[in-house]
Design a protein around this ligand. Structure first.
Ligand code: SAM
Length: 328
């Protein structure tokens, strides 16, 4: 059986990462970042390698011409290699956004954002997988995007991913809840880190700070994102299902009433989550502005598994109908 382009490329990422990992005694993800840089620069940047490894890497790189692959093929192969590397580290909040969620967010961004040219922010960009998926699906649009991430290895993987897929993205390696020196954006997408934010001093600068103890970082991320969005701009968040049910939820409701209109809450299929308590939804907000208005009705839906074509079609029709009634 012929191997697919994604498999071919994965094999290249994987074999060259393993070679670099062994020789440089680093993690697989660090080695993947290095091989990605080599591929992008078309040269071997690690000076400490043995002659034999250099020769081997050169041969493998030369056998593969990245130009013959689509951006989505590159993203998928790179994503498979990241998944392999992530097995070495266990950190639930570092998880890459899965493809099915990325596809849904891409579809929703395309539906809601009609601008030909716009600014897009992901304040928890991680490996960049969600951002790249969205960028790869916005055809003929000019998008200036910004990614912020606190983890230095993840942001490195993200910037290499954007280089290999030729998306110009501005990256900031920092805590997104510290001041962000960026101009306002038209849209935000983010798979939010969920949990407590340890920096109470910084949290005190947010309306959504907890009255006692640590604040929820996902709440602060929502406030920070709204702050950096233009009036009338849209925000697409992946949030825990219980967002509006926690003990701090009344504050969030109050904040949203003043600052943004909830457009839609779409529950992701439970089958996507090993643990039902970790199940998530996509929430879409519109920052209040002169020309924005609350929808007549918030779009509420339970999304079916993407493998169920008939049910997916039903939901897409429901979304289209909601658009006709609320957004035209
Ligand atoms: N969409 C990303 C992807 O496709 O790889 C995954 C996002 S992951 C669910 C959440 C990310 O938020 C993690 O990469 C984590 O390191 C980052 N994060 C957590 N707290 C942060 C903070 N205060 N500032 C910036 N990034 C943060």
């Amino acid at each position: 059986m012929a191997i697919s382009p994604v498999e071919q490329l994965f094999t290249l990422f994987n074999e060259t990462s393993v070679a670099l990992q062994e020789e440089l005694s680093c993690t697989y993800l660090e080695a993947l970042a290095k091989t990605g840089e080599n591929l992008f620069h078309n040269s071997i940047l690690q000076e400490e390698l043995s002659e034999l490894t250099v020769k081997r890497l050169k041969k493998q790189y030369e056998g593969m011409n990245l130009e013959k692959f689509t951006k989505e093929q590159i993203r998928k192969a790179y994503q498979l290699a990241i998944l392999k590397g992530m097995k070495e580290i266990v950190q639930p909040n570092h998880q890459m956004t899965p493809d099915s969620v990325g596809m849904l967010v891409s579809y929703l961004v395309e539906k809601f954002i009609k601008l030909q040219s716009f600014r897009l922010l992901d304040p928890a960009v991680g490996t960049g997988n969600l951002l790249m998926t969205v960028l790869n699906h916005q055809v003929d649009k000019k998008i200036e995007s910004i990614g912020v991430e606190i983890d230095d290895i993840l942001i490195k993987l993200a910037y290499i991913s954007s280089n290999l897929q030729e998306h110009p993205v501005e990256f900031f390696n920092q805590d997104s809840l510290e001041p962000l020196f960026i101009e306002l954006v038209d849209a935000v997408i983010s798979d939010l880190p969920v949990g407590y934010y340890p920096n109470d001093v910084r949290a005190a600068e947010y309306q959504l700070k907890a009255n006692e103890g640590h604040s929820y970082s996902h709440h602060l991320f929502i406030e920070q994102s709204v702050r950096h969005t233009k009036p009338g701009g849209y925000l697409f968040f992946i949030i825990p299902n219980g967002l509006f049910e926690s003990e701090q939820a009344p504050m969030l409701q109050e904040y949203l009433k003043e600052n943004a209109d909830i457009q839609a809450i779409l529950q992701l299929p439970l089958s996507m989550f090993k643990n039902k308590n970790a199940a998530k939804s996509i929430v879409i907000l519109q920052k209040k502005g002169k020309n924005s208005s609350a929808p007549k009705q918030v779009l509420l839906a339970q999304l079916p598994s993407l493998s169920n074509a008939a049910e997916v079609n039903n939901i897409l029709r429901k979304i289209d109908k909601w658009f006709d009634e609320n957004k035209r």
